[in-house]
Design a protein around this ligand. Structure first.
Ligand code: P6P
Length: 335
């Protein structure tokens, strides 16, 4: 099939980026370089993740991050690695990271791009050897290159992304990304130190048999979420929830399904972060023919107001997301 062909003809990420740059006649190669910088950091974090159990770096680091969560050593390492790769690469002027209280201004007078990143999402799964992931969004700065970074450069809605992607450190490590011309998946070949095109032109099935939600929070769900999950059970759909967003998202993208993290009593705006989790996955799923909403509006249209703001997230196969939305419409009509 195509993936074996791609592997056999050695379509590496590097070759693919170069090949795809032809889609952008005016491209100057800076975004291509930025994507390579991200892939390099992913290779390094992949190695650290695989060694976590042995090198005793999987345990809690004892410090807490801006989210007040116990910071795992790998979180710290991943954040450092991606920060270093992005600053050394020379294409980035500012970074928003889950692990940093405020915007990191790289003082780079020639950097055109702003990156929002969750260096290692789902890090509570590290110690139990469950897949974890990196999620990233890439924006062009709005103010002139070389001028001071301003809020308008950072608080951009997801519909302004020039690229978005994730790395899944799982049974194999994959890099999946889009630059607005479809979604492509690359699998890492450890022995060669290369990502190979394994999932060309990924498409989200329009419908699916899988729903992913933390059922433990059922008593806190809004009525339309409760109704939708009830309907899933009546239709004997499969419940699959790993507790690692990238892993749940990736499975649902490949097989068809919907992931929901609605508002709860503890997190009235949901738990997931808009800038460096929801926006990237929303761009990917739309490019693959799926949908992403906060229950009221398209994720990509949400105007951010703060770095670490949360959003409810309903994301996956188009038909399934539409069913959740229609539940909400019905419940608001009948209430
Ligand atoms: P809960 C991991 O902490 C994470 O950010 C996502 O990766 C995951 O989908 C979600 O939170 C799990 O949250 O409340 O169900 O444990």
């Amino acid at each position: 099939d195509q993936s074996n062909l791609a592997y056999s003809v050695g379509m590496t990420l590097d070759r693919f980026i170069k090949f795809k740059q032809q889609d952008f006649p005016f491209a100057s190669g800076e975004l291509s370089q930025l994507l390579r910088d991200i892939a390099l950091a992913a290779k390094i974090v992949n190695r650290e993740t695989n060694r976590a159990g042995l090198a005793n770096i999987g345990g809690a680091f004892g410090q807490t991050n801006v989210q007040g969560e116990e910071q795992q050593k790998l979180d710290v390492i991943a954040n450092i690695r991606f920060m270093r790769a992005l600053s050394k690469g020379g294409e980035v002027c500012a970074i928003v990271s889950e692990e940093e209280d405020s915007v990191i201004d790289l003082q780079n007078s020639s950097g055109k791009y702003v990156v929002a990143i969750d260096p290692l999402d789902g890090s509570s799964n590290i110690d139990v050897n469950i897949s974890i992931g990196t999620i990233f969004s890439i924006y062009r700065r709005k103010t002139p290159v070389g001028s001071p970074i301003q809020e308008i450069d950072i608080m951009q809605p997801g519909n302004q992304q020039v690229a978005a992607g994730y790395v899944l450190y799982g049974s194999s490590t994959m890099l999946v990304y889009t630059t607005g011309c479809g979604v492509n998946g690359f699998t890492y070949e450890n022995s060669l130190g290369e990502f190979f095109l394994s999932h060309p032109e990924m498409k989200a099935p329009k419908d699916g048999m899988i729903y992913s939600i933390n059922e433990g929070l059922q008593l806190e769900w809004e009525p339309e979420i409760f109704s939708y999950i009830q309907s899933c059970k009546e239709r004997k759909l499969q419940s699959r929830y790993i507790g690692s967003l990238v892993a749940d998202f990736h499975r649902n993208l490949l097989k068809g399904g919907v992931y929901l993290y609605p508002s709860t009593l503890k997190n009235p705006s949901g738990k997931l972060r808009l800038l460096y989790e929801a926006n990237a996955l929303a761009m990917i799923i739309e490019q693959a023919g799926g949908k992403a909403t906060d229950g009221n509006q398209r994720i990509l249209d949400i105007q951010p107001h703060s770095l670490h703001q949360r959003t409810p997230l309903i994301i996956g196969s188009e038909k399934m997301v539409n069913e959740v939305i229609s539940m909400k419409t019905n419940s608001s009509l009948t209430s």
